[in-house]
Structures are given as C-alpha cells and as structure tokens.
Design a protein around this ligand. Sequence first.
Ligand code: FAD
Length: 292
Amino acid sequence: MLRQALIAVSKSERAERVVASSPLTRDLVRRFVADDIGAVVTELTDRRLLVTVDHLGEEVRDRAQADGAVRAYLAVLDRLPPGADVSVKLTALGLRLSEQLALDNAATICDAVAGRGITLTLDAEEHDTIAGLESVHATLRKEHPGVGIVVQAYLLDAAERCARLDGARVRLCKGAYTAPGAYTSAREIDRSFVRCLKILMAGSGYPMVATHDPRLIEIASALAVLNGRDATAFEFQMLYGVRPAEQERLAGVGAQVRVYVPYGSDWYPYLMRRLAERPANLAFFARSLLSR
Ligand code: FAD
C-alpha cells in the first residue's frame, strides 16, 4: 500500500514542489544522489568499485529536452574511466514522443562511448515502455553488441525475456515501478528473480545482478560457480548510498561490483522510488526532519 502510494506521489508535480522546496530534503538527496559526479566516480573507483552513471531525468516533453539529455551524457564521458557504464532511460531520450527519436539519441550515445571502453545500459521503466525498450535494444545491438538492457523480475514473463536475450549484457533487478498483472508479493518476485538468474548464469551473455538482497546475492554467487563463471564473467550492481559496506565487502573478496550513481537536478522521482522500496529510508528521512 505504502509502496503504491509513494510510486503515485513520485509522479505528482504538486508533491514534487512541496518536497523539493523543503531544505530538510537535502540530506536524503545527498545520500542517494551524487552532487559532484566526477568526485564520486573517483572516490568509488579508488575503492575498486565499478560505476554506472545515470543523468537524472525522465519523461521529456519535447525534442529540445531530449537533446539536452543527450548533451548531458556526452559531457560526462570525459569524467569516466574505461570500464565505466552509463545508464540511460529511453523516456529521457524521447521514447514517449517517438521510438525513432529515442533510438537515434541512444545510438548517438552508443557511438560516443564506443572506443572509450565505456558501455551503455538501457534502464527499464514503466510497463508501457518495455516494448519500446526491447525494440530499441534489439536494433542498437546489431551495431553495438555490448549494449545492455534491464529485465524486471516482477514481470510475469521475466524468465522468457531473459531467455530471448541470451548473449546480451542483462541487468536483472526486482523492478521499481508497478505493472498491471505483475508479481507483487516479495516471495513471488524473489522466485522469479531466481528463475531469471538460472537462465542468465547458464546462458552465453553477461549477467549483471542488481540487488541488495543478501539471499539473492548468495544464490547468484552459487549459480555463477555452478555454471563455471569466474568473477569476471558476471557482476553485482547496487545503488549509490545503499549498503556501501556490502559493496566493499564483495569487491574485497574479488567480485566485480558496480555502483549505480545518479546525478543531476531532476532527482525527485528517483528519490521517491527509493523511499517506496524501503520504509527504513523513510525513517532516515523522518530522523533528518526531527534532528533539525
Ligand atoms: P529489496 O526487496 O528492496 O531489499 C531486499 C533486502 O536487501 C532487504 O530485506 C535487506 O536485507 C537488503 N537491503 C535493501 N536495502 C537495504 C539498505 N538500505 N540497507 C541494508 N539492507 C538493505 N528498477 C527498475 O525498475 N529498472 C531499472 O532499470 C533498475 N535499475 C537498477 C539498477 C541497480 C544497480 C539497482 C541496484 C537497482 C535497480 N532498480 C531498477 C531497482 C530495483 O528494481 C529495486 O527496486 C531495488 O533494487 C530494490 O530491490 P532489492 O533487490 O535491492 O531488494
């Protein structure tokens, strides 16, 4: 119930004005969003963590805004080391205006990262954008085989999607939105996650296991061993500001760990989704309100 309410609030412009205008929100934003992307990338890579950066923004209303998002990605590339990744939301590149526009914009970023040793991953968003996401990914992959895509385990057919994507770089996550008919219970989502993991680990692609869930991290590690994958043949991914000690622990035992680092001023919907995932984040917010 709370999760659904917060996801609804993440789309409300009025709620955004209230939350954004409060100086009390600052601590929470700082915890989950990089205020200086160059400094945060350096700090993480110095700690042997990989990064994927997300220029915050979604749902552009016109081509000029979509062009702005492309420019922002091109501008950040000079601040990223080889081995970094950029996470891109197709709605920020104009998917809701036209699929061709989003494809052209994503191709521009793919061309720019090629040759720098940087990869691009297409984030998964609302359920009505998934067909567009898969179609853009399939087209991009013909020229840029390393382009990644996200599968949300809460979708009923997540396992079939993973099977269809054999050979690709696939980030598996639980899913941060809501979708009609999707799994809603934690147990069902976890089961679907494990089904997907089995397919990805046994397949010929590169699995990116995006979760903070200790049980799923353990299962993924075991499946990697069972399928003869060494530490370079898959990676864990976690969000900036979430379980940083676990990120370091995993990297310390030789796993590849990539931290998803959002940056930019359009942080509101991202922050609301983080609150929706974990009541403890709400408690953190409440504590920061009370401590003033
Ligand atoms: P949860 O069910 O949130 O947590 C499971 C367990 O993890 C908890 O019980 C607890 O033991 C532990 N845990 C979680 N948070 C904490 C914490 N703060 N401190 C201590 N323990 C904690 N979603 C999309 O829909 N599309 C995307 O493109 C997308 N990309 C993502 C990229 C990355 C790198 C990550 C990590 C997530 C992404 N997500 C995306 C979000 C994802 O779908 C989930 O909403 C989010 O990761 C929370 O799910 P979880 O797997 O961490 O498990």
